[in-house]
Design a protein around this ligand. Structure first.
Ligand SMILES: Cc1ncc(COP(=O)(O)O)c(C=O)c1O
Length: 281
């Protein structure tokens, strides 16, 4: 039987993930001072690698984490090392190790770079894609830079756990009466054939799937309108769906225990097809 112990690359050294020890003074551990990326692997290849690397560079820049060289080769190595056909790669880059001080001003720290990969033995979200998911709305109580992909996801964890405690699958954040995004996804809705998603701002992550779908729908002749979405619009929509690298596109069937539209899923199904077709290329 194939050895399923996962191998990771930590600071360019190959390690078994379950044996890896990281320093307790890593600022990721002390302050959540790290950024990350999640990539989907289809047929042994990382999907939309350039887009993920561009977002990672933007996150590093926004966090003023310096001294990170090109990690593409290590991403490809982690896929090969774990013989991944279908799966994902997780990349985390922390500012580095230092005595516990809030300020990092004038400190020449060396980032710690973890790259791990995991195979999907079955499709991770096929059931959700087939059945749809239920969500709650939840106050967006996160910080003011949700556009940076940092590992500071505590509010997201609390919101998703709250959803689970209420018997729902996930949470959609609402800030000042408007939809921002899901606890780990972007949100789209469809009303009278028009597809809408909230515009980019400091309150949402510029999702790689979000942008992929905006481009793909545009090419199909059905442009997505990037416009603020009032909370009420969720309850008047014909369709609501969420997108992420791992979830691809998933239809939302109930919001706060109320059914979405009449159960129509045409656009969510098309969104998923656009992603899967492109991933097959
Ligand atoms: C808060 C949040 N928004 C949006 C997304 C979707 O981003 P992507 O499509 O790049 O996976 C994620 C993915 O993890 C997320 O955590």
């Amino acid at each position: 039987m194939k050895d399923l112990r996962l191998k990771a690359i930590y600071n360019q050294t190959q390690v078994f993930l379950d044996e890896l020890m990281v320093p307790a003074n890593d600022r990721a551990y002390l302050f959540g001072d790290a950024v990350y990326e999640v990539l989907r692997v289809y047929h042994t290849k990382p999907f939309l690698l350039a887009e993920h690397m561009a977002r990672l560079a933007r996150s590093l820049d926004a966090m003023e984490i310096k001294g990170v060289s090109d990690i593409r080769a290590d991403i490809l190595s982690s896929i090969a090392l774990n013989e991944i056909e279908e799966g994902m790669v997780y990349v985390q880059i922390s500012r580095g190790n230092a005595p516990r001080n809030h300020s990092f001003y004038n400190q020449a720290l060396t980032p710690n770079i973890l790259i791990s990969a995991k195979p999907f033995l079955t499709h991770p979200t096929l059931k959700e894609a087939e059945c749809g998911i239920t969500v709650i709305t939840h106050e967006d109580f996160r910080w003011g830079r949700c556009d940076i992909k940092t590992v500071n996801l505590l509010a997201n964890c609390l919101a998703q756990s709250k959803a689970h405690s209420l018997g729902a699958d996930d949470a959609i954040f609402i800030r000042d009466g408007h939809v921002t995004e899901g606890s780990s996804s972007n949100v789209f809705l469809v009303k009278d054939g028009t597809i809408k998603t909230p515009p980019l701002s400091r309150h949402i992550l510029p999702g790689i799937r979000r942008q992929f779908l905006i481009n793909a729908f545009c090419a199909e002749g059905n442009p997505v309108i990037e416009q603020p979405i009032h909370e009420e619009e969720l309850f008047l929509a014909d369709e609501v769906f969420i997108t992420s690298t791992i979830k691809e596109a998933i239809s939302v069937t109930m919001i706060d225990n109320k059914p979405v539209g009449s159960g129509e899923r045409t656009i969510a199904t098309l969104a998923r097809k656009l992603i899967v077709d492109r991933a097959q290329l």
